[in-house]
Design a protein. Structure first.
Length: 339
């Protein structure tokens, strides 16, 4: 018996291109090989060239820009005209718009967030980490699947490329490079990590903060330390993972921690806060170093542990984060909801 070809709407109404946008577009690009896929995006999603989801979409995926005016109704109309079986929303607005779907369309949210799930209009939710089961409504049995975020296809950069990246920041071959990859936000623990590095004052150590834009990068931090660099947004962050000797994720809360598993795929030692999604990643990998808090003193002790282990390559189990297998899990969840 032939398996029904589904009509799937993926929706995300953001600007820029970060972890949630990457997961959304990779779902589109894989599912379109077996199904009809429509991607709904904001009409200004490509306002910043080089930072747009549209630059990563397969030509097999239909794309429709939705203007801001009457957007919930426009989204519902686009799904109806497409003949959708599935509406899969990513992040707040796209999840909210699911309530406007016509009858017969399964309404699914991809829960990239850390807040409680109160969207009673949903037929199902894809959780990105085990801890998020705590966010499900207590009085209803909402259909859900735990599907960890995945690592995209990764090619380890050649030694010459790694050496060039380190040289760009005056990091010697035998120096110790720590990276922190995050958008500028207080909950990411950036200021605390910078303070920890300042206290360490290790002559052969360097600290790179990667992410954000030129405006607002410095967090009003006057480090006075040439070994601390704020790089801004980089398109070569995957190569940078391999140039780091350690990557730290000191976030106060993190629904998952995509940059952490990307660094793990690169074979880089990772140091993470013992919270939410980061805790779930550490539970599966003994070589992940864990911070009890995001306080500078605890981060400093983590830096010292990572430095002591700098000649010991970490070993990680990356099977839970394989792209094709995890997208197949999402597809299986679709089938459970639509039959």
């Amino acid at each position: 018996m032939a398996v029904k070809r589904l009509k799937i709407v993926q929706a995300i109404f953001t600007q820029g291109f970060a972890g949630s946008e990457r997961i959304c577009v990779e779902l589109c690009n894989e599912l379109c090989l077996r199904h009809d896929v429509l991607l709904l995006v904001a009409d200004d999603c490509d306002a910043y060239p080089g930072h747009s989801i549209l630059e990563h979409v397969s030509p097999l995926v239909k794309v429709k820009k939705i203007p801001r005016g009457f957007r919930p109704l426009r989204v519902a109309l686009a799904a109806w005209r497409f003949g959708a079986d599935i509406y899969h929303g990513h992040l707040g607005r796209a999840v909210d718009y699911a309530r406007f779907m016509p009858p017969g369309i399964a309404r699914i949210a991809h829960w990239h967030m850390g807040r409680a799930i109160k969207a009673a209009w949903l037929d199902g939710v894809v959780l990105i980490s085990e801890w998020q089961t705590e966010l499900l409504p207590a009085k209803t049995k909402m259909a859900h699947a735990v599907v960890p975020n995945w690592v995209s296809d990764f090619k380890h950069p050649p030694a010459e490329r790694i050496a060039a990246l380190r040289a760009e920041f005056n990091i010697g071959a035998d120096d110790f490079a720590i990276g922190l990859v995050a958008r500028p936000a207080p909950n990411k623990g950036i200021e605390e990590a910078v303070e920890a590095f300042r206290r360490w004052n290790k002559a052969d150590a360097h600290f790179l903060v990667v992410g954000g834009t030129a405006a607002g990068l410095q967090y009003n931090i006057e480090t006075g330390n040439p070994h601390i660099r704020f790089t801004g947004y980089r398109t070569d962050v995957r190569d940078l993972y391999s140039a780091f000797d350690c990557m730290v994720a000191p976030s106060y809360a993190e629904p998952f921690g995509l940059v952490v598993i990307e660094a793990m795929r690169a074979g880089t030692r990772v140091l993470v806060r013992n919270t939410s999604g980061l805790k779930d990643i550490a539970a599966k990998n003994a070589d992940v170093l864990v911070l009890p808090t995001s306080e500078p003193d605890d981060i400093l002790e983590g830096f010292k542990r990572a430095y002591d282990l700098r000649l010991v390559p970490p070993r990680y189990d990356m099977a839970p984060y394989e792209r094709v297998a995890r997208i197949a899990d999402v597809e299986r969840f679709y089938r459970e909801l639509v039959g």
